[in-house]
Design a binder for this molecule. Structure first.
Ligand code: SF4
Length: 382
């Protein structure tokens, strides 16, 4: 199949951009962080939404975005918030390094930039948590800079429009060149959002709505009835599976939580003690990592959770003490009935649900604590 020729078929990139912008004016999505037509976007709102949208869907982000904006309406307010509170408010969005970077970035902007986001892509790239995509998106949307933002939606649209046969991620440079060639001198922010919206609402991965697409007359993949073959993708490596275990230690109506180390997986988050999550752990050796010596009872089955670079299969152990054991410094007792307020990461909520401590995503106490008891244990450090 030959590569697409949007230029020849449709009067050039300028004509394609004009069609796209006309389509956007009639079909743009209403999003909580998006400025009304003709109004300049709030850079803080753009930045906050773009960080939240990394690896997360629009539907999920809208709820968190609104809550964050109400609680911390600008960089200075967010910078002044304790990191613990930010992490707790972030719980459920996943990828917690983003929350730590969010807070770190707010601190840098508050201290070094007087609470105002810098405008250039280069300065944005120097801030915590901002990579090339996010820098391009913020520069274009917040400041109308001539930048492009290549997310998965945009890559799909451009790959199809030009029938780019090079598989991703190798095709990224070519897609960037094609997008820059189409970038109109006026309204670059709307152009970036228009491409995102087109990919999200019309040029969908399966069954794209080509009949409603402003690119249909130029689109090489559509012309060849091959839209779903793009973007080409190289063979995907399977995520390695790590095994592990988590430990729920009850004392009365409380359960043991620890604070994870600030760096690394689930860094700084409240969590149940677990085997080390940075490597595979033989289930037969799991109890060597229990926080205390006790009569641990293994729950049937296991919790499965997928992280960016690996999948985790965790067995869940439960024990109960009649007396409060001595605790390591990073440990504390949390009321089971109030686990929902702890801002536990999703993996920990799955573990709590598997153990019967909470009811699914909520925090309804179900009283499923085993009745066996042990005495005078001493907690190991988490
Ligand atoms: Fe996507 Fe179809 Fe539009 Fe081509 S014509 S960009 S395949 S929606």
């Amino acid at each position: 199949m030959r590569q697409g020729d949007g230029t020849a078929a449709d009067g050039g990139e300028a004509a394609l951009a004009a069609r796209l912008l006309a389509w956007y004016d009639a079909n743009r999505r209403t999003l909580a962080w998006r400025a009304p037509p003709g109004r300049r976007a709030d850079p803080y709102a753009v930045w906050l939404s773009e960080i939240m949208l990394q690896q997360t869907t629009v539907v999920t982000v809208e709820r968190y975005f609104t809550a964050f904006l109400a609680r911390w309406p600008n960089f200075k307010a967010l910078a002044a918030a304790p990191l613990d509170e930010v992490l707790a408010a972030w719980a459920g969005l996943g990828y917690y390094a983003r929350a730590r970077n969010l807070h770190a970035c707010a601190c840098v902007v508050a201290e070094r930039h007087k609470g105002r986001l810098p405008r250039s892509e280069a300065e944005l790239l120097a801030l915590p948590g901002i990579g090339p995509y996010t820098a391009g998106a913020i520069a274009a949307i917040a400041f109308d800079a001539p930048s492009v933002a290549l997310d998965g939606n945009v890559e799909r649209v451009m790959s199809r429009l030009y029938a780019i046969d090079t598989p991703l991620p190798g095709a990224k440079a070519l897609i960037r060149d094609k997008t820059l060639a189409m970038l109109p001198p006026a309204r670059p922010g709307d152009f970036a959002q228009a491409l995102m919206d087109l990919g999200a609402t019309v040029c969908s991965p399966r069954g794209p709505g080509c009949g409603a697409c402003p690119f249909r007359r130029a689109c090489a993949a559509h012309r060849n009835n091959a839209a779903e073959l793009y973007p080409r993708k190289g063979a995907k490596a399977a995520k390695p599976l790590r095994r592990g275990a988590a430990f729920l230690l009850y004392c009365g109506d409380r359960v043991l939580l620890l604070r994870r180390p600030p760096k690394g997986l689930l860094g700084g988050m409240s969590a149940f003690p677990t085997t080390p999550l940075d490597r595979d752990c033989d289930p037969a050796r799991a109890l060597a990592f229990a926080p205390v010596a006790a009569r641990w009872e293994k729950r049937a089955g296991a919790v499965r959770h997928v992280f960016t670079h690996f999948a985790l299969e965790a067995e869940v152990y439960v024990a109960r003490f009649a007396q409060t054991p001595a605790l390591a410094e990073n440990c504390r007792w949390a009321k089971v009935a109030e686990l929902g307020k702890e801002g536990l990461p999703t993996l920990m909520r799955k573990i709590a649900a598997h153990a019967g401590a909470i009811d699914g995503e909520g925090a309804t106490w179900r009283g499923a604590v085993p009745q066996s008891t042990s005495k005078s244990p001493r907690a190991r450090s988490g």
